[in-house]
Structure formats: C-alpha cells, structure tokens
Design a protein around this ligand. Sequence first.
Ligand SMILES: Nc1ncnc2c1ncn2[C@@H]1O[C@H](COP(=O)(O)OP(=O)(O)OP(=O)(O)O)[C@@H](O)[C@H]1O
Length: 343
Amino acid sequence: MIELREITKEYWSKNEKNIAVDNVSLTVNEGEIFGIVGYSGAGKSTLLRFINLLERPTTGSVRVDGVDLLTLSNKELRKTRQSIGMIFQGFYLVASKTVFENVAFALLAAGVQKKHIREKVVQLLEVVGLSDQLAKYPSQLSGGQKQRVSIARSLANDPKILLCDEATSALDPNTTESILSLLKEINQKLGITIVVITHEMEVVKEICHRCAVMREGKVVELGTTFDIFSAPKDPLTKTFIQNVLEFEIPDLMMNRVKGKLVKLIFLRDLATDAVVSDMIQAFEVRANILHGKVEYIHDTPLGVFIMDISGEEGQVNQAIDYLHKRVHKVEVIEDGPTYRALA
Ligand SMILES: Nc1ncnc2c1ncn2[C@@H]1O[C@H](COP(=O)(O)OP(=O)(O)OP(=O)(O)O)[C@@H](O)[C@H]1O
C-alpha cells in the first residue's frame, strides 16, 4: 500500500550536509497499523511526511497504492492527499471556529456540496465520540477532545491512510489510552491503514502490528511488534523495551535467594503453573517465584518470571535444562549462595 524505496533526505546548512533520512526502504501493508519509533532527531517526522509528500526526498521513490507520487502534477497530488489524513501532536484546530466548523472546513475545502456537509460532520463527530460538543470552541475542550476533533477532521474525506505524528505525546496516560483505542477502532471498523510515529514504546505495544526502529536516519530494526518486544536485536531496540523485559531485583530479595535465580520468558502460551509444577515433580527441586509480570503486546501475552530454584545442584541444573525446552528463554541471573560456596 505504501512503498518507500531507497529514500534519502539531505539538508544543507552553512555548507554542511545533514542526512535526515538515510537510504530507507520499507513497505506498509494495507489495513495495518505501522509504527515508526526513535529518539528525537532520528528522522521519523521526515519519513512520515514523505508519504503525503509534505516533504520531498532527495533521492528514492514513494508509491502509494501503486502510484509514484513523485511523478504527479500539483493538481493530482492535491487529489491524492485527500486520501491521506494526518493528525499532529499540536492538533492545529482553528481557534475561532467551533468543533462543527473545524470539521466542516475540511469538507468545504475538498469541494463537498454544502447540503451534504451537516450530515457528514455529525457522522464524523459520532465516530470520535463528540456528538454533544458541536458548538464548543477548541479552547473549551480538553487535549483529548481536541485530538478527537482533529481525528474527525482527518477522516472528512474518507482517507485510506491516516498519518499520526506523535498524536498522543501531549496527552496524559488515560487520555492517550482512549485515543489509541479510537485509532484501533478506526483501523478495524473503517479499514484505514495507519502509520504512527512515536518515541513511546507503549504506543507501539498497544496498537501497532509492525514497527520500524530508527536511529540517525536509518531503520535499524523492523518486524512484528511481538517479535520486536520478545526478541529485540539492535541495542537501541533493547533500550526502548527495557522496562518490558527487564526487572531490577531489590537487594533485600537478592539476599533471600537460596538456589539459582533464573529469568523465564514465556511467549503466547502462558502455561507457567504447569511448567513449574512439572519441573518440581520431575526433579525434586524447590521453586519460589519472586517476580512475575505479563505484558500484552497487541493482545498477545508475553510473560516474564523470576524464580529461585533450589535443591541438590545436579537436580537444579537438570531442572534448568528442562525449562530451556519448555519456555521461550531461560537466563540464569545468579548462581545463589549454596552453589557459589560449592564452586
Ligand atoms: N527543514 C529542515 N532543515 C534542516 N534540517 C532538518 C529539517 N527538518 C529536519 N531536519 C533535521 O533532520 C533530522 C531529522 O529530523 P526529524 O524531525 O525527522 O526527526 P524526528 O525523529 O521526527 O525528531 P522529533 O521527534 O524531534 O521531531 C534532524 O537532525 C533535524 O534537525
């Protein structure tokens, strides 16, 4: 649906070249929610703005629905842009216009006849849950409500694609969650392909099917959201998801560890109880779960458990070998006082 091929963008200032996007190729499939993640200055906004040619690449091609956007006339490009909605962190609503007028404006600009406008605006505001706020002005709305108006406005011309530039970065966690739910609903019910850029992995975790991680203009990792979270490869990706898979054991807890301290990662099937009880029975070891957490990555569970396994050393080692076969990943964090003393 969206194909960026070997895209590079260079900026020159004072005879110095700055490469904002460096030879990036990626495809966004029809109907998916695709995330682009990276720290400030990584090139995310520039990349996003290629999709509607708000920014033109220095080299490379941009195809949307099979059409090479760089070959379009200005008139054709204006028409194509109507099928690509966009929302921003700062909402960009017209302060002197009501909620109704802000949305109606997009329809008027696209040449929709006045007699059809009211019905369409009412329908759009219903989609975003603002049917009762038609006559309000932006200053009378909360941040979340403002973003809902801007989403309604972006949907006015029945776009096939919605681009979201840090759309929830200015919102509190609860409001962020409600806007992300709305984006998910828009994707599922209206079949709109969504591309989001963000520096928050929570956003990716909640709604994205796939994502690309960017550093210094390059895509350093690309994959399904679940793979990115469960088996990150690039050090930057690892940093981004640190709080999901990492857990710092407090000293107090460490001092109570009797055996070997292991970290288990379960994917999809969270049969933790069965695995642990089978292990205890088969190898006559003791197991004490010190920490357990389950994250839902786009509705698929990813579990992290930290367990103290104690008993006769040979049996403990066999138990750990057994765990290797039953769970996605096993990592021995600490050998524990008993085994350190034996070594
Ligand atoms: N119009 C411009 N002129 C010169 N340099 C630019 C321009 N636009 C972007 N850049 C530079 O390109 C690089 C990438 O910027 P971009 O805004 O795409 O990054 P970003 O990942 O979206 O960061 P942020 O989240 O802070 O917006 C930065 O070094 C930026 O300074």
